[in-house]
Ligand binder design. Sequence first.
Ligand code: KIV
Length: 276
Amino acid sequence: MAKVTIQKLHDMKENGEKISMITSYDYATACVVERSGIEIILVGDSLMMTVMGQDSTVPCTVDDMIHHIKAVVAGAPSPMIVGDMVFGSYNVSREQAIETANRMMKEGRCDVLKLEGGREVAHIIKAIVDSGTPVMGHIGLTPQTSSKMGGFKVQGKGEAAGEVLADALAVQEAGAFAVVLEGIPEALGKLITAKLRIPTIGIGAGRYTDGQVMVFHDMLGFFDKFVPKFVKQYMNLNEDITKALIQYKEEVKEGAFPEECHTFGGVTDEDLERLY
Ligand code: KIV
């Protein structure tokens, strides 16, 4: 597959072709995503929960992100690779945000960045875009500030729908090339998608967004602490891996593994006799 560009994503929206996006945090999974033909990889700060076992994305650092982005870039040359800007790395000032963006692009070598927030960060999005780095927005349920929202709750219900629409328009106006819509009613996802020129990528935002994003560990049944309503589990990787590990353990204990085909030759009985 040719490298996925911003232009390609805009053409896909124009042509009504849906965009697929998935998280990845390491080389091995990036290689698998590369083979799948999925257009966008997000190296998301969700890795704090799925990989590091924390109860929030907040502790993730810029160094953590750069470490994981490097691994994903090495495994997936074709998809667009989005690096996630972490909590506290862009909310102090425009200068701080541009410095973080520069580090992530130069050291991580991802293609674009994503950051959470609507109208309150529009000036930051504009500053990063003007400094030369493309930005994907992320509005609705924003995990980094979920405690302010009273937890992982659907946003934009009832009259609050207008707030999320205003955020979407502000993010587009600030120069974002696409926006993630997370945890909002389906009808609102449909309206925002119709109103925006830039592609919308939904997660728990219904069926009518321009694309969908899922967390790798959620959709493969590899993270089972909790399974949000919007997740479809395409397989139960936990179950399959556990079965394989139990079989390995039993074969070690029974002496059934390793078999002769897993061993190395190269020394004869005569060679060894001299050593006894
Ligand atoms: O970090 C992440 O995985 C995300 C997705 C939930 C969009 O931001």
